[in-house]
Design a binder for this molecule. Structure first.
Ligand code: NAD
Length: 478
């Protein structure tokens, strides 16, 4: 049974209510979390506010950085235990869970080292004036996270906010939140003062709503669906809060005739099977130039046929989807595509021996998919890939930018000039040339345009994102 972490203590929900934690690979409950209320959120925000006036608020940047670096060491010391927990909570294959824990530790290492490197500025101004620009924490920052990468998301959103001195309140997803809770224990052991990090678990419409509408928060970082992100932005607008939104995607993989097809095919399959396609930056549209279309599609078909979904311990291409609702949603896209006559080119398998109640879904390949079909435009959030042929560079640009989203793009071509032309014309936040993947990329600024959101996390830029700037003008003449 898991409690909230508030003011350095483990506390039950004010109502005593709990929610079950399901293992997606079996469909069975194996733990419980506290079902957070507005009163719990009040308590967490008050604890964060108090921390800013206490030892946490008085710490130097170097001291904050040392605590985060210590967290990194402690996470790595418990790497296997945390990987097993992440795999059980999310269903992902063990090797992916292990990578996620490594990345979470890397966030702590990166921002631990960066904490005292965020320098202000001195601006030349009028005679007898001294002007400095200070970076200061916002105060109490609220963090709402999804279920797909709980450990990585903690590192990406909460850790840079702490590095610059904010006090944080996190509402992780009700569907997967065990590693963020484990990180609270680790943070306390690393010496993080009480109240700097608070976690309230529970439902979005209860604890999440209460947090984003709370009158004493100063900043919101939201990662999740565009629908909820829009609600969160409205809540922030009521109190003119800064809101960073990391939302969904429909990212294209664009394969030109002159691409290294073998390399591209390997990345294409990984980019849609990783985390069973439940990745904001999943490469869910495969655009193939007509000259290599048939040859390349045959290679991808072969890889799909060899792919499988299995339990975390089986460590196949995918695990199960997160829950029954997500399984129904993804199956609905597949059924509608088949009903509308889209050719189903290949399907992987669900491995033999998986438990009956798990939420499995084999990797599935459709093509050619008409450009206006739901599979070509909407975020499926499952291991379903849509192939769309294109003619030339102009056509590729038009098609790549044709969805409401703009998160990342992968471009496969040997032509150096075309690589840069394409990269510059993509309407998105990251472009990968002859490679693909935002999974780790701790150092690389990440975020979207259009319905994929705004603001940037990851990299040094996140330090600035979680700070406000104050200009101090001093007259020193007599
Ligand atoms: P979701 O929007 O349903 O939930 C995200 C979080 O918001 C959860 O913690 C949930 O409890 C909370 N929430 C729900 N309703 C709320 C409300 N009314 N007020 C406040 N909080 C509320 O998203 P999900 O299903 O957990 O995750 C999948 C989505 O997240 C996909 O669209 C995916 O693309 C996106 N995502 C984006 C990124 C990115 O970096 N761009 C990363 C991961 C996931």
């Amino acid at each position: 049974m898991q409690s909230h972490f508030i003011g350095g203590e483990w506390v039950a929900s004010s109502t005593g209510q709990t929610l079950p934690v399901l293992d997606p690979s079996t469909g069975l409950a194996f733990d419980e979390i506290a079902r957070g209320t507005a009163a719990d959120v009040d308590r967490a925000v008050a604890a964060a506010r108090a921390a800013l006036d206490g030892p946490w608020g008085r710490m130097t940047a170097t001291e904050r950085g040392r605590i985060l670096s210590k967290m990194s060491e402690l996470i790595l010391a418990r790497h296997e235990e945390l990987s097993l927990l992440e795999a059980r909570d999310t269903g992902k294959p063990m090797s992916q869970a292990r990578n996620d824990i490594t990345v979470a530790a890397r966030y702590c290492e990166y921002y631990g080292g960066a904490a005292d490197k965020l320098h202000g500025e001195q601006i030349p101004y009028l005679n007898d004036f001294h002007v400095v620009v200070l970076h200061e924490p916002y105060g109490v920052t609220a963090h709402i996270l999804p279920w797909n990468y709980p450990a990585q998301m903690f590192g990406r959103s909460v850790v840079p906010a702490l590095a610059v001195g904010n006090a944080t309140v996190l509402k992780p997803s009700e569907d997967a939140c065990l590693t963020p809770l484990a990180f609270c224990r680790i943070a306390a052991e690393a010496g993080l003062p009480a109240g700097a990090l608070n976690v309230v678990t529970g439902l979005g419409e209860e604890a999440g709503h209460a947090l984003t509408h709370h009158g004493d928060i100063n900043f919101i970082s939201f990662t999740g669906s565009p629908e909820v992100g829009t609600m969160v932005q409205k809540a922030g607008a009521e109190r003119t809060l800064k809101v960073v939104l990391e939302l969904g995607g429909k990212s294209p993989q664009i394969v030109f005739d002159d691409a290294n097809l073998e390399r591209a095919a390997t990345f294409v399959i990984k980019a849609i099977t990783q985390n069973a396609g439940q990745t904001c930056s999943a490469g869910s549209r495969l655009m193939v130039q007509r000259g290599v279309h048939d040859r390349f599609v045959a290679m991808v078909v072969e890889k799909f046929r060899q792919s499988a979904a299995g339990t975390p311990a089986m460590d196949r291409d995918c695990g199960p989807l997160i829950n029954a609702a997500q399984q129904r949603r993804v199956q609905g896209y597949v059924d509608r595509a088949i009903a509308s006559g889209i050719p189903l080119l290949a399907q992987g398998v669900v491995a033999e021996g998986v438990p009956e109640g798990g939420f499995y879904m084999p990797p599935t390949l459709f093509g050619p998919v008409p450009r206006d079909h739901a599979l070509a435009c909407e975020e499926v959030f499952g291991p379903v890939l849509a192939i769309i042929p294109f003619d030339d560079e102009e056509d590729a640009v038009r098609l790549a930018n044709a969805t409401d989203f703009g998160l990342i793009a992968g471009i496969w071509t040997a032509d150096g000039g075309r690589q840069i032309r394409m990269a510059r014309r993509m309407k998105c936040g990251q472009v990968y040339l002859n490679c693909y993947g935002a999974g780790g990329g701790v150092e690389l600024p990440f975020g979207g345009v259009k319905k994929s959101g705004h603001g940037r996390e990851k990299g040094f830029m996140a330090m600035e994102e979680f700070c406000t700037v104050k200009t101090v003008v001093q007259y020193y003449g007599s």
